[in-house]
Design a protein around this ligand. Sequence first.
Ligand code: NAD
Length: 376
Amino acid sequence: MNGRANTINVAVMGGEGIGPEVTAQGHRVLQWFADRRALPVTFTEAEYGKVPYLREGEVMPPATKAAIDAADAILFGATGGPETVEVPAEARRKDSLLAIRQRYKLFANLRPIFIDPVLHEASPLKARVLHGVDFIILRELNGGIYFGEPRGIETLPDGQRRGFNTETYTTSEIHRIARVAFELARGRRGKVCSVDKQNVLESSVLWREEVTKLHAAEFADVELTHMYVDNAAMQIVRAPSQFDVMVTGNIFGDILSDCAAMVAGSLGMLPSVSLGPVDANGRRKALYEPVHGSAPDIAGKGVANPLASILSVAMMLRLTFGRSEDAAMLERAVTAALASGARTADIVEPGGATVSTTAMGDAVLAALNTAEEAAR
Ligand code: NAD
């Protein structure tokens, strides 16, 4: 924590591609809550990616590391882009998003899947399938095949090359994420669906056994079901309203959440948070970011949808600031902005008019102003 007691320190790190464009809108919205609703926040701008690399030789220069070390919450945009020799793979890997997640032990990634009824036409799924969809994909973020050793590419005696990775989970890693799932479900509709590939993978056999054990020992009041990942992908498209909390490992969660993005109409609508462990002072480091990436195909054009970043701010209000009413106010403002007809290109109906990234931010701020005036 920095400065005044009770003040929450937020590092704003736009990153690359459309990251800075959408994060600027999330930042404006958070500033609105600071100005109008006395949100106790201080901001630090933190550069990340190609720009600081070209200037200082590091993707994450010392000032950025200091800013995110000191931050209670990080509002991140995106990383990535077209392959370029300007940032060598080694420099990128050292300070990658994966490395940040590991450095701060951000093990629990929450991805809410919800579709505003005004956006039903933007989804490739039928409106009747979308009715009542409201679930969370809880993805384990510090383990699994993305971090498992051994890994590499080797040359075999016959001259072929062989690439290999290791899917690995320990009992404590499984219990840590499953506990978050059960606790989340208790505050929702009381249902957890654990997703694995137990019919093929030993790591999934252990996953299922340990989730079941923890459930029996401490969370018998929550309904627990298990599903294979291939079936889960199909069920998300067939009947997404059946889910409440879906918990799964790193790679399965990565893939399933992009699939679920289509339920929400666009990747540009999906917020997320990655939570670390609770420390001795009861605080928990959190990185808020859209689910989408740097979208190089539309970067720099001012057309990206900023609502995933803005809805990530709503998650921050609820989880880091403990301001549920403000979070709900912001979510209603997003609905009002959409209801007023504001649409970026990714969520527009055929033939409809589109607005820019900034204009979508303006529409949300206008809706917040209207709500505030009405409440006076
Ligand atoms: P992407 O999410 O960047 O884009 C996928 C598609 O969705 C593109 O057509 C893009 O234009 C569209 N899209 C994404 N966000 C949008 C938004 N806010 N508004 C409108 N349209 C949007 O995924 P990709 O193309 O597979 O990856 C591009 C780069 O991003 C890669 O380098 C990848 O590694 C990286 N990436 C980073 C993150 C992250 O920073 N957390 C996540 C995923 C991918």
